[in-house]
Write a protein that binds this ligand. Structure first.
Ligand code: BGC
Ligand code: CA
Length: 315
């Protein structure tokens, strides 16, 4: 059995974790079933044109199933048409195509996690902190939460919806907020550090919370704070999403207040289970929990210092 896996960019921390889990879990499935599974992984390096060529190559190599992490999530239709012409089932992941594209063919699936849920849980982390000790967060004592927002790649469902739902959770919870600054840092640590450095110069201690659409950008914000002479006790509260290994270390050291686990292992497991079922011609709904015939949703979980150990033991 051959699975072609097209990554949007292999140097993305979260995506490389998914790829690593896919390799482990394919090996594990091979040992368990005795069925040889070959995984081919390509790196789109953020170019949709390159990714199209890589998909063509997977089809020419007679892959049985394709797993695609789109560079541009509006470009799904072309890939769908190619796969459908060859009768090769498609599993999109992490970058969600629009519903009309998913509906184009019955052999199309999406494995991911609900973007609004991740935003809501990130907002909940901050809401809980505010309710526990409002004075610690509201450093200027004006009863309003001043914040900055580091956003992921424009157009990515997780960037749009985490930005929206994190704040909505606070306002729904009765907290008044004031946005001091927001910008995209494209999921990227170095870009986030540069942006945060500018904000710290411009706003200084006025920023009470930095919301980061992912952990790499949260680590970038931390890099910028470490470059200042501020005591860690004076840092704004920082929250991320993903629960990558370096982010969990930052939670342990108290530099990152909390994050939201984006279950890379669960997503990889669902992709392997789905791929095996599709390859064997079995009903995919028996292999994974399928919604609306196309979607597999993995839950997010809040992570703070309080449940860090539990989480690390479970993994
Ligand atoms: C992750 C980010 C990652 C992005 C890539 C998101 O779900 O939280 O860390 O950069 O996916 O598409
Ligand atoms: Ca305030």
């Amino acid at each position: 059995m051959r699975i072609g896996v097209a990554l949007y960019a292999q140097d993305d921390t979260f995506i490389s974790t998914v790829a690593q889990n896919l390799e482990w879990l394919a090996q594990e499935a091979e040992n368990r079933t005795g069925q040889k599974i070959s995984l081919f992984i390509s790196d789109g390096r953020s170019s949709q044109t390159s990714q199209m060529d890589q998909v063509d190559r997977f089809l020419a190599r007679q892959c049985d199933v394709l797993c695609v992490n789109l560079v541009d999530r509006t470009a799904a239709a072309v890939i769908i048409d190619k796969a459908e012409a060859e009768g090769v089932p498609l599993i999109f992941f992490n970058r969600q195509p629009v519903a009309e594209d998913i509906q184009r063919w019955d052999q199309i699936y999406y494995v991911g996690a609900s973007a609004p849920e991740s935003g809501t849980l990130q907002g909940q982390l901050v809401l809980d902190a505010w309710r526990q000790d409002p004075a610690a967060l509201d450093r200027n004592g004006d009863g309003v939460l001043q914040y900055a927002m580091l956003e992921g790649e424009p157009g990515h469902q997780d960037a749009l919806l985490r930005t929206e739902y994190s704040i909505k959770t606070l306002t729904d919870g009765g907290v008044e907020v004031e946005k001091l600054a927001n910008d995209t840092a494209n999921w990227n640590r170095a870009q986030a550090a540069a942006r945060t450095g500018q904000w710290l110069e411009g706003f200084g201690a006025q920023i009470e919370v930095i919301f980061c659409n992912n952990d790499d950008m949260a680590l970038g914000a931390i890099d910028a704070l470490r470059d200042t002479r501020w005591e860690q006790a004076d840092w704004p509260l920082i929250v991320g999403v993903d629960a990558t290994a370096p982010a969990l270390e930052a939670v342990a050291s108290g530099q990152l207040y909390g994050t939201v686990l984006n279950d890379s292992r669960g997503q990889a497991q669902a992709m392997i289970d789905l791929a095996l079922a599709l390859w064997a011609g079995e009903d995919p709904a028996q292999a994974v929990e399928l919604e609306e015939g196309h979607y597999v949703w993995l839950p997010y979980h809040m992570v703070t210092r309080d449940n860090l150990e539990e989480l690390q033991e479970a993994q």
